[in-house]
Design a binder for this molecule. Structure first.
Ligand code: SF4
Ligand code: SF4
Length: 434
């Protein structure tokens, strides 16, 4: 094992290989608050990549209902329990904020320091000799892959005994569930890659996309066991493992039909999203693996400037490149386990967004192209609304007639959206048309 710096943990950690970073990294932000659970993303992916024999159980993109849903079944609670078994109570953070005031230092430890162990730091203590040698993990049973959307829309209740229902009021609802959208996180320290005895898994230097070389793979399923997010899947008809490929032909911008002007476009799941919850991007990576400062890049801005989008289960240690705006109504303890200590602040920043953030939120899913840069044109004040904060207090949100503008990989304007929603009043003689 060598030592690598994991900025999401704010510390060095053990990893089987030397750190090697891409020039740019595929990354995405999902706004959980907006998802309607329609599964259009799941079907867009499936109908593109996994519609063949042996791929029936493969949902490279899935949307599961939390807290009870999961695909494969209980993927996260099983691994969290394994981590706890090795280091009881170890999943804790030394401080909630990494704020040092220094921008470069801040990017090395934006959430404070993780005090527990990762999936790479436990094998020597692990009692089970049948698991992967380098990474803590487990191989799901066949049954676990049977029901991709078990427990859909099933809520957890905190209602008191004998009281029917419960309050659906912010800051935390008594009955709650939320949709969790999941694809491969194209991790910076992938568990799948670390565990593969054939070195069949690699991370592309140009965009950080993690791929499995189908020629080298022998189907040992070490990657299936080692991926903490269970996003590497075994295909029995070919006896190889397969995974999300980040729709790299779209990302490369080299396809004469789908990207004729050379500007990268978003993945199938992103472009199909009905709820406009998804934004994908490419962020610049510095030599030390942190993200280069680039506040005009939407993903950088959401993750590092506003810190409104947080990595999923950062304590696993893979430094995932999938980030989530946490749901406002869900009990914080649950969210903190899933997204780390920045949850409370992220929710408050989302509830009472800055003008720049409110503008950027309008640019989610407005076009197929990847947005490389955005700017805001400021307009006049058009109203106010009352917002409930995390601690239950209320504040006033001023709303401005601002316009958000997105630019593609060629630097060309590709989208222009106002904060004020467009409205059309139908003339009375045409009640059913505009
Ligand atoms: S999410 Fe899993 S499959 Fe994807 S790169 Fe990370 S460890 Fe590998
Ligand atoms: S398409 Fe968008 S809104 Fe629909 S389930 Fe997928 S992420 Fe949610």
């Amino acid at each position: 094992m060598t030592k690598v710096h994991n900025w999401q943990l704010g510390r060095e950690m053990e990893y089987p290989y030397e750190a090697a970073f891409p020039k740019r990294q595929f990354a995405f932000v999902f706004n959980i608050n907006r998802c309607i659970g329609c599964q259009t993303c799941s079907m867009a992916c499936k109908s593109t990549w996994t519609f063949s024999r042996g791929q029936e159980h493969m949902w490279w993109n899935n949307v599961e209902t939390k807290p009870y849903g999961g695909y494969p079944r209980n993927w996260d609670s099983k691994l969290l329990a394994m981590l706890d078994g090795i280091d009881p109570g170890g999943q804790r953070w030394k401080s909630g904020e990494g704020a040092s005031g220094d921008d470069a230092e801040e990017r090395k430890a934006p959430y404070g320091e993780y005090a527990g162990r990762t999936i790479f730091e436990t094998p020597n203590d692990r009692p089970d000799p049948t698991g992967p040698a380098r990474v803590l993990g487990y191989l799901p049973d066949d049954d676990d892959w049977d029901a991709p959307n078990m427990h859909e829309d099933v809520a957890r209740s905190r209602a008191k005994k004998g009281v029917w229902g419960g309050a659906a009021q912010l800051p935390e609802h008594d009955n709650w569930f939320f949709y969790l959208q999941r694809i491969c996180n194209h991790c910076s320290y992938p568990g799948c890659l670390a565990a593969c005895p054939r070195q069949a898994i690699y991370k592309r230097p140009e965009d950080g996309v993690v791929l499995i070389d189908q020629e080298r793979c022998r189907g040992y399923r070490k990657c299936v066991a080692a991926c903490p997010y269970k996003k590497s899947l075994y295909r029995p008809t070919t006896r190889t493992s397969e995974k999300c490929i980040a729709c790299y032909p779209r990302l490369e911008g080299k396809d004469p039909v789908i990207t004729p002007d050379g500007a990268p476009i978003e993945t199938r799941c992103m472009t199909a999203c009905v709820g406009k919850i998804r934004m994908q991007g490419l962020v610049k990576v510095a030599d030390d693996g942190t993200w280069e400062r680039d506040p005009e890049n939407p993903i950088y801005y959401l993750v590092h400037e506003e810190k409104v989008a947080l990595p999923i289960y950062p304590q696993f240690g893979t430094q995932p490149n999938g980030f989530y705006i946490p749901p406002r109504w869900v009990p914080r303890a649950y969210l903190q386990q899933m997204f780390g200590p920045g949850v409370g602040d992220a929710i408050d920043r989302y509830a009472l967004p800055s003008r720049r953030l409110l503008g950027l939120l309008q640019l989610f899913r407005v076009a197929r192209k990847v947005i490389f840069r955005f700017e805001i044109e400021e307009g006049k004040k058009i109203g106010e609304s009352t917002v409930t904060m995390s601690d239950g207090t209320t504040k006033t949100q001023a709303v401005y007639d601002d316009v958000a503008i997105g630019y593609d990989g060629n630097g060309k304007e590709m989208a222009r959206v106002g904060v004020r929603e467009q409205q059309f009043e139908r003339p009375s003689e045409h009640v059913n048309s505009i």
